[in-house]
Design a protein around this ligand. Structure first.
Ligand SMILES: *Cc1c(COP(=O)(O)O)cnc(C)c1O
Length: 252
């Protein structure tokens, strides 16, 4: 008797299911430590740089919420995937240029990078034109890093007030703490700011620190590498690509 190779039991699908289960286990453990459950945490699978063939196994394993950081890349990948799977929720987790506001409003369900008044104005206009209000997180430059996106901590209350005035639905605050140092104090600071503003959700925590973020109140975690493998090199060597002469001489 042979076992058919179906989408659910190819090596890619099994590996995707295992990675997803491992991340969900960790989410559950961290959530329980703070009196919550895994269901209280939204796992956003950050699929940037990965193509549809890498994304599909994770969808087949049950994941429905995805994150991207580029409008153009998302336009290339997601419309077709959304036709295959109707119940996908797509988040833009990265920076957004004001001139891409209309495209972002058309494509995404949630935006995480609202960080300045000019973008707020562009988004409000795009949402009016589309007849659709997109829920947003305000991104805070929590480590006061010069090169990083995000609203300065001191300017955040005014941006929150402006978003409320413009009728933009605010979910909460988002941050990407400085690399290379302990993120916990930054997560705690973001949680305090959100509490003071009466904002219910916190988008914080990535592959390296999502358990810490959850223990400090994260409701939305953005996880790429732990679900898809390394972005710079294939997680598993791809036998059909690379520099081997035999592989390169094969018909495509
Ligand atoms: C890429 C990215 C992530 C995911 O990072 P990993 O370390 O791969 O989990 C999360 N948030 C943002 C804003 C990103 O750009």
């Amino acid at each position: 008797m042979t076992t058919a190779i179906t989408p659910a039991n190819t090596p890619d699908s099994i590996e995707a299911a295992q990675r997803l289960a491992a991340v969900r286990d960790n989410i559950g453990r961290a959530a329980r430590l703070t009196g919550r459950t895994a269901d209280d945490i939204r796992l956003i699978a950050v699929s940037k740089t990965h193509d549809a063939d890498a994304i599909r196994p994770l969808i087949q394993a049950g994941q429905r919420v995805f994150g991207e950081n580029r409008v153009q890349e998302s336009q290339d990948k997601w419309p077709a995937l959304r036709e295959e799977y109707a119940d996908i929720e797509l988040h833009l987790v990265g920076q957004l240029q004001s001139n891409k506001a209309a495209e972002a409003v058309a494509l995404f369900d949630v935006l995480h990078g609202l960080d300045r008044p000019s973008l707020l104005t562009a988004l409000a206009k795009a949402m009016d034109a589309a007849g659709k209000r997109l829920p947003c997180f305000i991104q805070v430059n929590i480590g006061a890093e010069e090169q990083k996106g995000g609203c300065a901590i001191a300017d955040t209350p005014a941006l929150i007030a402006a978003a409320r005035d413009a009728d933009i639905p605010l979910l909460g605050l988002m941050c990407v703490p400085p690399a290379g140092i302990e993120p916990a104090p930054f997560f705690a600071l973001l949680a305090k700011m959100a509490r003071e503003e009466g904002l219910p959700r916190l988008s914080m925590g990535m592959s390296g620190d999502y358990d810490t973020a959850i223990m400090l109140g994260a409701t939305d975690i953005r996880v790429g590498t732990a679900l898809f493998g390394d972005r710079t090199a294939p997680a598993r060597p791809d036998p059909t690509s690379g520099r081997g002469m035999l592989r390169n001489s094969r018909a495509r």
